[in-house]
Structures are given as C-alpha cells and as structure tokens.
Design a protein around this ligand. Structure first.
Ligand SMILES: Cc1ncc(COP(=O)(O)O)c(C=O)c1O
Length: 368
C-alpha cells in the first residue's frame, strides 16, 4: 500500500461527494446519457470558468485533436509540426487524418517548442502547428502566433494538461485557431471516464465542430455532411459541471504545492519546471530532473511513495514512428530530458507533511 500516492482521486471525490452524487442522480433520473443537460451545463460553465468564446464537450482529448485538425482542413499529405516531447495522443490524430507529423526539438531552458528547429522543418506542405501546454505551463503564444503567421500555419493548441492556465493574462486555448482539452480522470479537471473539450474563438468553426462531433447532424435524421460520433456522455458532462466550481481552488492549491516543492528542491540544486515570464501555470504535474532516476524509483517504491514519468520515450524513439526515418540522437535535448524527468506525488489534497516525507526520501538518493 502506497503511503503517499502519486495522485489521489478518492480524496477529491470525498471532498465533494454529495454534489457529485446529486449530479449523477439527475442523469439517471433524466436518462440523458448522451449529451443533454449535463453537457450543456458543462459547455456553458467551462467558458465562464476557463474563458473563451465557443466550446463543446466531446469524447476525449485525443479525438478532440482529430476533430480540430479536420476543422482546420488538415488532411492527406499535409505536414503538422509537433514537439518531440509530449504525450503520444498529441500526435496520433495527425496520422488519423492522413497528415504527417513533423517532430520538432524542445528548447534547453523551458523544454517547450524550439521554434528555430521548427523553422528548419518548414516545407511547402507544412499546414499547422500544435503547441502543447505540457504540465500546465503555457507555451509562449505570442512567439508561436508570430511563427504561424510568418509561415501561414493553422494553430491548434493542445491544452489537455492546462485547463485554467494563462499566457499574458489570457486563457490558453484562446490564441490559436482552435484548442483541445482532455478531462481524463487524472487531469486537473477529470471526468469519471473519457471526456474532452473543443474551444474556439471562431463562430463558424464552432458551428461546424458542433455538427461534426454529432454525425454531421442538423436534425435527428438529417446529416449535412460526413462527421462522426465524438460526443460527450451526459454523465461526464454532469460530473464535470459539478466539479467546475471547485477548479479554481484546486488550481490555487496546485500552485501552492508547486511553490513548496520548488523551495525544497531548487535549494538542493535540482532543476524543476520553469514557467516563462507571462505564464500563469496550473501544474498538472510536478516534474523534477534527476540523473539517477532508477535509483530514486526504487527508493520510492520501497518507501511507499507514488511517482510517474511523463514521458520516458520521446516520439522519435517510439516504435510507431519506425517508418518515419527518425533516429536516436537526432533530438538531443528531448532525448536527454526524457531520461531525467520524474513526476513527484502531486494532487491538490496532498499535505505538506506528505510532501516533506517524499522530499526527505528523494533527497536521500536523488542526484541533480
Ligand atoms: C498533452 C496531451 N495531449 C493529449 C492527450 C489526450 O487526451 P485523452 O487521454 O483525453 O484522449 C493527453 C492526455 O491524456 C495529454 O496529456
């Protein structure tokens, strides 16, 4: 039994259980299992709490990116720039729509999109860029937008880990042409299953997305075009809408805990995530770099401390990319980063006593 879990979804559920049960009961009573009032509530409340103009709940964060790419007209033969260091789900949708993922290095200091490398990879076929606000830290959106403008690219923001994060005071997901979120259970706003969200500032794009995610429907048995089933379950909408009023507080707590970790680890010479000036991070994960991760992992296992690695294998070294011609050694920054990162136990209900226990064990073995 872990003494300190990596994350504790039970603690969050217990803290608002009557509200969650009420929301779920309403779905059972109404039997609005697909979309319906719960999802309508989420769609409205999400825009109020996170910000943005038009948004729709959908099936999950991965297929949200598929829908976003299709909404941007990305298809066979098009090239899409993505960072080499991200969750695999950022990149699958590019292949799903028949386009080609073009992997880009991350920068040494912030471990985000290296636009110099991206510039080298521009071809006539490059049509879009997917900045990923990984770990809940915003990409430098003014630089990304300037780059996209220069090269006439569509911008699809992957905000899966960054609900409530801001860049220069403006919510992530409101900079590019379209944005996607994931409500995977462990995310900062987590459903009781798979769920996602699509956000855009463009009314026309939104009208298309709303139809596309629901079989291209304009009426029950009338289909304007070929879409698909990318809908959100009613239950997920209801649960997420019930959680939303608490999200700001949970996010504040994440920031406090991240600061406390920073104080304890930076002082001992460890490199931790560094938000850029202008970034208001939401810390989906708390990531520290170590040179002896296996040893730390063993010590944590022995002490009953949960941890994770997000992500140990960069995209260029994934078996799925074997036919794309990438080689080990082509992305020195992201490849090295992947060997050094460790995600510490981290969730809003975690106490400082728990943190101190984990940090104490960490400092016994970890080397910067
Ligand atoms: C950066 C990133 N992109 C995409 C996804 C895909 O989201 P989902 O798991 O909801 O499909 C995730 C989360 O899993 C993610 O962390």
């Amino acid at each position: 039994m872990e003494k300190i879990p990596f994350m504790d979804l039970g603690a969050q559920i217990r803290s608002i259980e009557p509200e969650l049960r009420k929301a779920m009961d309403e779905v059972l009573n109404s039997r609005a299992f697909i979309q319906g009032p719960g999802v309508d509530r989420l769609n409205k409340e999400f825009l109020k709490v996170h910000g943005g103009s038009y948004g729709a709940g959908c099936a999950n964060g991965t297929s949200a990116i598929t829908v976003a790419l299709r909404a941007m007209g990305i298809g066979p033969g098009d090239e899409v720039l993505v960072p080499n260091h991200t969750f695999f789900g950022t990149v699958e949708p590019i292949v799903e729509v028949g386009a080609i993922p073009v992997l880009c290095e991350i920068d040494e200091e912030f471990k985000q999109f290296d636009l110099k490398d991206a510039a080298r990879k521009i071809t006539k076929k490059t049509k879009a860029i997917i900045p990923v606000h990984l770990y809940g830290l915003s990409e430098p959106m003014d630089q990304i937008l300037a780059f996209a403008k220069e090269h006439s690219l569509k911008v699809i923001e992957d905000c899966a880990q960054a609900v409530l994060a801001k860049w220069n005071g403006k919510p992530v997901g409101t900079f590019g042409d379209i944005a996607t979120f994931s409500f995977f259970p462990g995310k900062n706003l987590g459903a009781f299953g798979d769920a996602g969200f699509i956000l855009t500032e463009n009314a026309k794009t939104f009208e298309w997305v709303k139809k596309y995610i629901n079989h291209g429907r304009t009426d029950k048995y009338l289909h304007e075009f070929f879409g698909g089933n990318f809908r959100m379950d009613g239950l997920q909408g209801a649960v997420l809408a019930a959680k939303l009023p608490h999200l700001k507080l949970w996010t504040e707590r994440r920031r406090e805990l991240a600061k406390a970790y920073d104080e304890r680890l930076k002082a001992k010479g460890f490199t931790v995530l560094k938000p850029r000036a202008g970034s208001e991070p939401v810390y989906h994960l708390y990531v520290v770099e170590v040179s002896n991760r296996d040893e730390v992992g063993k010590a944590f296992d022995a002490a009953g401390i949960g941890y994770g690695v997000h992500y140990p294998v960069p995209l260029n070294m994934q078996p799925a990319f074997a036919s794309y011609g990438y080689k080990k050694g082509q992305f020195p920054v992201s490849e090295k980063f992947a060997t050094r990162i460790l995600s510490m136990p981290f969730y809003p209900e975690m106490t400082l006593q728990q943190m101190d226990f984990a940090v104490n064990e960490f400092l016994k073995v970890a080397r910067p």
